[in-house]
Write a protein that binds this ligand. Structure first.
Ligand code: SF4
Ligand code: SF4
Length: 446
């Protein structure tokens, strides 16, 4: 029997899932890819190639530097044109490997299926995940092998597979659950073997009844006792702490991690990529991206080689409309505005949303009227209006005391605020200042 659960706070923006019924299409091979050596949280990878080298799909082109880092791989076959700083969708320029495609799509010999992958040890499976360059595909891009390495003092008893996809417009995870449920579940079995956790919950919002039905049938076919849980469609249901609270009733402590309450959360796309990494020995070289919004002529769900430019995807979607305005990587609430369509798709690019010029216009913020809507909407139980006031007055230590660092930058407060306060901008700025001040003051003050 399906159970419906939710968390406190949150908002109900228009869902606008206009691509939910569209099967994933392969995008035509781009003539060139730009693969940043930093697509994950942690240390950037170091280049392993130089201009003039020839590469095939899956060849390693960047080596992980340190434990919290992952390697990068070629997503097309062809010739390395340059290793140089290029525009990055998270801002600035990042050292990147530029590859001119030869159009052949040749795959490296290292990409070879291993039919006995479930006989491998947990250490071997974890090593394969790392070697494949996996980083969380829900957007956060935290190195997957690190999440799969909890310390012995923090045993994981519950694995949550996140298929909530609560941001408006995005449908990549939805389509993946409909089209590749078996691969997702094979990845779940690998995670379970690595962690030894007993309980598995596959979490899906109740606005995707077809995905719930598909995943339940696929679970039944495996004979596993995984729970497919239906959650009320509410933003940000897919945020880790909110998902854990809704699914298990456990509350991740302030400043803590899911492992502190025996939980681990992986996105459905990451689970599928884990299967491919260990069973097919295929590195993370492509992902599903929803290209959508009123500014895109023909929105689509696309399977895209990493490093493909946004412009190439727009061209495949019939181009942008005359009144296209803001380009956002990710969803409209938590995504990141882009200043160029030449930026590449990276491991965390779940979608690209293009709004119209009217929708993109920023209104001047007014004065707070003390309505407390932001307080009711905050899923982290913060008092956003107070924190933003402290940040504006440069009282960063006080803002931290009031929970600034617990803000997950979901934008619920900004969504409901009649005064149009730019909350997310202020929260990001406040956090940056707190980190800068703590670094400047030395470790004891932290
Ligand atoms: S952006 Fe931060 S303060 Fe605002 S609702 Fe989300 S968690 Fe709360
Ligand atoms: S929602 Fe906006 S106007 Fe209302 S209390 Fe919060 S900051 Fe003030």
């Amino acid at each position: 029997m399906l159970r419906k659960r939710a968390f406190s706070g949150g908002v109900h923006p228009p869902q606008s899932k206009i691509t939910a019924h569209l099967p994933i299409e392969e995008v035509p091979l781009p003539p060139q890819v730009v693969i940043p050596l930093q697509q994950h949280l942690g240390a950037p990878a170091e280049p392993l190639c130089k201009a003039g080298d020839t590469v095939k799909i899956g060849d390693k082109i960047g080596e992980a530097k340190g434990f919290v880092s992952v390697p990068c791989h070629a997503s097309v076959s062809g010739t390395v044109k340059a290793v140089e700083p290029r525009l990055h969708p998270l801002g600035g320029r990042v050292l990147s490997v530029v590859i001119d495609s030869d159009g052949k799509g040749e795959v490296a010999s290292s990409v070879m299926p291993d039919p006995d992958y479930m006989q491998r040890s947990a250490e071997e499976l974890r090593a394969r995940v790392r070697e494949a360059g996996l980083a969380g595909m829900g957007g956060a891009a935290f190195p997957t092998h690190v999440k799969l390495s909890p310390p012995p003092t923090k045993p994981i008893d519950t694995l949550l597979i996140n298929g909530a996809e609560c941001e408006p417009y995005l449908t990549a995870d939805h389509r993946l659950m409909l089209e590749q449920p078996r691969e997702i579940l094979a990845g779940v079995q690998v995670i379970q073997k690595i962690l030894g956790c007993k309980r598995v919950v596959i979490a899906i919002e109740d606005n995707k009844p077809d995905a719930i039905a598909t995943m339940r049938k696929a679970v039944a076919d495996t004979g596993e006792r995984y729970e497919v849980m239906s959650f009320q469609a509410k933003y940000p249901q897919g945020a880790e702490k909110q998902l854990i609270k809704a699914a298990t009733g456990r509350e991740v402590p302030r400043g803590g991690l899911p492992m502190d309450v025996g939980c681990l959360v992986h996105n459905v796309g990451t689970a599928k990529a884990i299967y491919e990494a260990v069973a097919l020995r295929k590195p993370l070289v492509e992902r599903v991206v929803t290209v959508t919004g009123p500014g895109v002529r023909t929105p689509k769900n696309l399977r895209v080689p990493l490093g493909t430019s946004f412009a190439h995807l727009f061209a495949h979607c019939g181009g942008l409309t005359e009144d296209a305005g803001k380009i956002i990587m990710g969803g409209p609430l938590m995504g990141i505005a882009q200043f160029s369509d030449e930026v590449p798709v990276i491991k965390g690019t779940s979608g690209i949303v293009v709004l119209t010029q009217t929708e993109s216009r920023l209104s001047d913020p007014l004065v707070c009227i003390g309505c407390a809507r932001c307080v009711d909407a905050c899923p982290m139980k913060l008092v956003p209006t107070h924190i933003q006031t402290l940040v504006r007055h440069e009282r960063f230590a006080a803002a931290k005391e009031y929970g600034l660092l617990d803000c997950i930058e979901c934008g619920c407060c900004a969504f409901v605020c009649p005064a149009k306060i730019p909350f997310v901008h202020l929260m990001k700025y406040g956090k940056l200042k707190v980190y800068q001040l703590e670094r400047a003051a030395g470790p004891k003050s932290a």
